[in-house]
Design a protein around this ligand. Sequence first.
Ligand code: EPZ
Length: 451
Amino acid sequence: MDKFLIRGGRPLQGKIEIGGAKNSALPCLAATLLTAETVTLHNVPYVKDLITQRRLLEDLGATVLTPELRTHKVTAKNVTLFEAPYELVKTMRASVLALGPLLGRFGQAKVSLPGGCAIGTRPIDLHLKAFEQLGAQVSLEKGDVVARAPKGRLVGSDVDFETVTVTGTENVMMAAALATGRTVIRNAAMEPEIEDLADLLNKMGARIKGAGTPQIDIEGVDELGSAEHTIIPDRIETGTFIVAAAITDGELEIKGCRPDHLVAVIDKLREAGVSIEELNPSTLLVKREPSGLKSRDVTTEPHPKFPTDMQAQYMALMTQAEGTSVIIETIFENRFMHASEMKRMGADIQISGSSAVVRGRAQLVGAPVLASDLRASASLVLAGLAAGGETLIDRVYHIDRGYETIVRKLRSVGADIERIKEDVTQPTNDAAETAGAAVAIGTVVDNPSPS
Ligand code: EPZ
């Protein structure tokens, strides 16, 4: 498995360009299954999860062309299979996003029930309950969720989510877009990725109102058509690089981002002594306040509150802040795996249940550490950039899932970081940085060298 070797202690300086949002591109690619016509998506991040999603579409019978590395032209005309197999679902639980569109368009779908993951049990019971509310018959057969619309088509209905669920809301929006009649989703997730998906669906001819609010209204239509859409920037990648500038006491200009998508993060980081200046609606200038970093408590909650996907990165920053901070994780029951790895680097963190007490300004010292999931691996990179000496991060395949060419981006602003490939003969440039990951799952990359 590839590793990252980081020699820390260098302030980052320069410009970083933010890529497309993984958590929007995934449902938007799934939505292409809702029509036989061609849907063109731009700004699709070149990360492992999207390569897996593309493979799923191709396995189902869709054609996916990539005239450019980050543009996908999908035509789901000859979908012959309605099944997302275990082999794929076990590598990426977001494969469950195929359920809604397949059920919505074809009245049938079979998806392997995703198991738990490092950060929690993550059931999909609320997705399945919602499909039943839309008239589907749902059963579990040998580890697979099998869903059928008895009349061949779902029927619009009220869906009240007892817990806010992001992919649950996305799955129901896609299924209900082709149902007969009206669907009202209450206690819906309000993440920017939900709005982006609704934007695409409406361009395809859907009739969705209220995305981004707790209540979403969907008037089902008989058919959806072609569309062209550009995926929003990745707000979590943006947040990660804001922390990278602050934790290294550097100065970064973060371009191509949407500050309005991470207001809670920016507000909290400003409170904690990070100067974040909006140079224009898509560019932030980030550095530390002269008075330094201060410990501030935070609780993760659904959007628009502080996102759980920034919790690990925030914890890394709090290890360098003056004072003691309390971090409370309310979304996932096991999302502190990074804490024990940071403690190996000298951080002072006490975990009890869903809260972590971080005593700042620890002198971090590089050490071999283990990444356990996507955001945990990002937090270890941040800790490594702040630490003295060498940090060796193992299992960085986690980070390849959601961060596009992170080694190249960090090196371009002065970080001393390199990817140690399992096979040292391999080159480590852009395409290789992700193509290496792609080959790991046996997918043919259309255009290996980015244009
Ligand atoms: C999405 O996961 C994101 N993934 C996650 O990002 C993110 O952490 C999460 O939302 C929360 O913001 C994608 O968009 C692909 P949920 P999702 O359903 O939809 C419980 C990353 O790092 N729940 O909103 O799977 C669940 O266990 C990833 O990019 C049920 O109990 O999360 C959790 O405690 C990690 N039953 C809570 O709700 C259900 O049927 C929120 O989960 C569904 C969810």
